[in-house]
Design a protein around this ligand. Sequence first.
Ligand code: PMP
Length: 453
Amino acid sequence: IIRSTSTNKKSIGEFFSQHLSFPFLQYKDHLHVARAERQYIYDTAGKRYLDFFAGIVTVGVGHCHPKLIDAATKQMNKYWHLSTYYLQDTVRDYAEKLLEHFKDDTGLSVCLFVNSGSEANDLALHLAKEYTKQTEVISLRNSYHGVLQSTLCLTNIAGFKRPYLTGSRVAMNPDPYRGIWGGRHCRDSPVQTTRSCNCEKDQCQASDKYIEQLDELLSHEVSKKKVAGMWIESIQGYGGSVQFPKTYVKRATELVQQNGGLYIADEVQTGFGRTGTHFWGYQAHGAKPDIVVMAKSIANGFPFAAIVTRPEIAKTIGNYFNTYGGNPIGCAVASAVLDVIKEEKLQENTLKVGTHILQRLAKLRDQLPDVVGDVRGKGLLIGMEMVTDKESRKPFPIAKMNAILDRCRENGLLLGKGGNSGNVFRIKPPMCITMEDANFAMDVLEDAIRKEL
Ligand code: PMP
C-alpha cells in the first residue's frame, strides 16, 4: 500500500497540529520564527520580539552568541564525535572549568554528561538507588524533574501523567502563597512581603510545619532508612517560580540525609547564575547536595546536560556509557557559556535587572491586589501569580491569561506561563537583557493586564 505523503501543501500551523506533538503552542495566531539574536526573536514577517522566556531559561547568554558559534564551529572543523573511547582535550577542559564552580565543601568532583535534564535526573535516580541500596524517592508537589518514565515519578504537576511505577512519594509543597502555613515573608526575594511575622532570624514557622510533615512522611509512609533520595528544584520552575520559606531546603535535605538518603539539587532552571545572588540555587539555601543536576542553559540550548556528584556515588554504577553524553561540540559550547557568563558579568546583570523587574511587578501587585496575587523570584527567574480576587485567590482564567500573552506578543514581548493552574506569568529572559528592555517589557505587560481587567 502506498500512502499519500503529500504534507507539503498544508500551512505550517496545520502541519504542526496534524503531524507533530507540540502541546504548548502558545498564541492564538501561532508565532512562526525566522531567526533569533541575543535577547530578540524575529518572525517570518520580520517583526522583532523581546524574548522574556528564553526557551524556558535555556538561552542564558542570549541567542546565537558569536562566541558560542565560534566554539562550536572550531570543534566541528576538528571533529564531531568520537564516543568516549579516547582522551579529548575539549571534554577535559570543560569538566575542569565546570568543577571550578564546585570549590565549596560539598566534595562534588565527578561529572557525568548526558543529553537532557530528564536523562540527568534519571541517572541521578539510578545513582541514588544504587548508592543507598534503597528504593523510595521523594519529591515535592508542584515539582518538575522530567518526562522519562522514571522521572515522571518525580514530576508532580498538572498535565503530566504519573506512570505505573512504585516507590515515589510526594511531600507537601512548602508554597508560601498557596500553602496552608504561609511563609511569604520568609522568602529569599527582593520583594518579600513586609507583613510582620513571629519568625526568629533563622527560623520560619511555616518551614517548621512543612518539616514536621516531611518527617511524618519519612516515618510512616517511607519508613525511615528506606529513602534513596529527595529531589528539590532550588526554585520551582515549571511550577510557577515558587520559592520556599527560609530554612526549608536545608532542614528537609538534612533530614533526608540523616535517614540515609541523598539530596539531589535540580539546578536545571536555577543554575548558571540565573538567580543572580549565587551561581547555583542550592547555595542560597545553605544546603549541601549529594548530586547536582544541570541542563538547559548549561549549553545555551545545544542539547547537553550533566550531573556532578561525589566519587563514591559515581562509582556505584561502574563505567557510564552514553553515545552523545559528553560530546565534544556540546562541551565546547558549554565551555564558552561559562566564559561568557564571566566575561560579560551576566550573573551580576541578572541580579541588577531582575531586582528592578521584581520591584516594578511588586508595585503593580500593590496597585492591583485583586488580580496580581503574588510576585516572587530572584534574579531573572520571576513569577507573577494571577488571581480572580485577593480573598479567594482563585486562579485567573486561562482565557484571560492567554489574552494577555497575545496582547504582549502584539506589542513585541514574549512571556511564558506556568503553575499548576497555568495562572503564573513566568519571566525568564536571557541574562543579557538591559534596564531598557526591562522597562519596555514591564510597560507592555502592565498595559496588557490593565486592558484585560
Ligand atoms: N528539571 C527541571 C527543573 C526542568 O525545568 C526541566 C525542563 N523543564 C527538566 C528537569 C527536564 O529537562 P529536559 O526537558 O531537558 O528533559
